[in-house]
Design a protein around this ligand. Sequence first.
Ligand code: OXD
Ligand code: MN
Length: 605
Amino acid sequence: MTATSVTRTAPAHVPPALAQWVEEMASLTRPNSIVWCDGSDEERQGLIDRMIDAGTLTRLNPELRPNSYLARSNPSDVARVESRTFICTDEEDGAGPTNNWADPASMRETLHGLFDGAMKGRTMYVMPFAMGPVGGALTRYGVQVTDSPYVVLSTGVMTRMGAAPLAQIAAGAPWVPAAHTVGAPLEPGQEDVAWPCNDTKYIVQFPSTREIWSYGSAYGGNAILAKKAFALRIATALGHDEGWLAAHMLLMRVTDPEGRSRHVAAGFPSACGKTNFAMMRPAVDGWKVETLGDDISWIGPDSDGRLRAINPEAGFFGVAPGTSTDTNPVAMETLVSDTVFTNVALTDDGDVWWEGMTKEPPAHLIDWQGNDWTPESGTPAAHPNARFTVGAQHCPTIADNWDDPDGVVLDAIVFGGRRKTQIPLVAQAYDWKHGVLMGASLASEQTAAAEGPVGKLRRDPLAMLPFSGIHMADHFADWLRVGGQARDVPAVFHVNWFRRDAEGNILWPGFGENIRVLKWALGRLDGSATAERTPFGWLPGEGEIDYADAGVSDEQWRRLMALDAEGLAEEAEDMSEYLDGFGDRVPAELRSALHLRQRALDSES
Ligand code: OXD
Ligand code: MN
């Protein structure tokens, strides 16, 4: 079936419950037509042609950027809207203090009102999709309806979408219904705009019925419901019931010069360089990093009691500004073709540009809002949250096992935040419980304006602050339980690439040099690397990390690794108060790991 063939009747093998849900959505939203997506190339091409006609997409110069397109969003629809994101658990307490809760019954009423007739004049696309390799043990399925062809194109990149997941659903696999509309019905004769959306926005998860409803936005994080809404928020609820973890983590394979490969998942808050780390080009000869995923990992026990992980996604939806051949050469190579860019600038020869791509900006551009731009304009040419959407298969460092249906055995987990002070370059947790404490304590300093001994911290537990669909304390408990029941757990590390000296100079060069940290961490797995026990965790033994080769002086190294017991004790106290905010659902094991740290710090200060 192509994008131009329109049907109101579901394909023959659609199970009755799915056909009925689609019928219900259609009678509520009243689209002109319904298209069941099959995920084929013809379908994709049809959508692209339609969006070029509608002004939603501009074809980039095929000589410079083949098979690639630029979309410019409405200026009000450029990012995730956390204030409009709701977790509608049955009881308010189920969502916890980090989420916006709304009563499910009244939210349903609100959404039914908003969705009533919302697709008039438009096509409703039905997209069956898989999160994870089709047929895999950790894979789960969903079906999104949407009236946005841009969302169909993006979902086709970010998931396995179409006939293959539909066959799994037809064979009885459970599926999550996800309803999406841009909330811009067209009256007869009314002309459409290039990026329809609505000032009113709702991104709503119903964890107990595993449903997603999204209204008013076509921006990826709000509208590609397979990603944050399903693969993190609904998935935390699924994992809670089924004994696995949905994690905001990249997934990579690291191979040492002897040819031994290990798999590492790493969780950092948004905008801390996950994509750069996942696509790292190591600065040390003989080491290889290959990419399995850059944003989300699902982690669960296998029949041998080991923890395995998959990347449930099939593409990258990355931030463009700041990406360059210096910061992420692999991403730049990934983006040479077959990419949809959103809100980047357009060059005069029909290519793309964003801040940080080159040291010197071009003399003239069309900015992300479609206006003429020169370096004198004084405004960013690309929106700071401009994005690229590209299939994982285009990444030159994609690991050959990235879509193995069995996933990969996880050897190590790395947590990290953006911390100017206090937190050393790397530390290893004593055990799983301590590792969960490290993850639960993740925080980033918000801005350069943050001063004082600790700085102004935005706590982002497990890098999941806007992404947990269950009470955060229950999510902590899930981490403790899943690891506690495993036969072999991955070693857990905490890293901080962002520490600065008293003058504000960054102490660690980061990027490809981060392999030196991974080298030590992986050496810990077989006991070949030494460590020293401290109240913060195990720190690298003397001479274990060859920092001089990374251009770091002895004095800089000392500052990078320094532990200020008093400052860390204050931070532990702050963490203790933070946990108080979660009430008595906080697992006792997490409390006891924190007490252990507090006692060790007290005896040092
Ligand atoms: C993302 C995010 O877009 O974490 O991946 O915000
Ligand atoms: Mn993310």
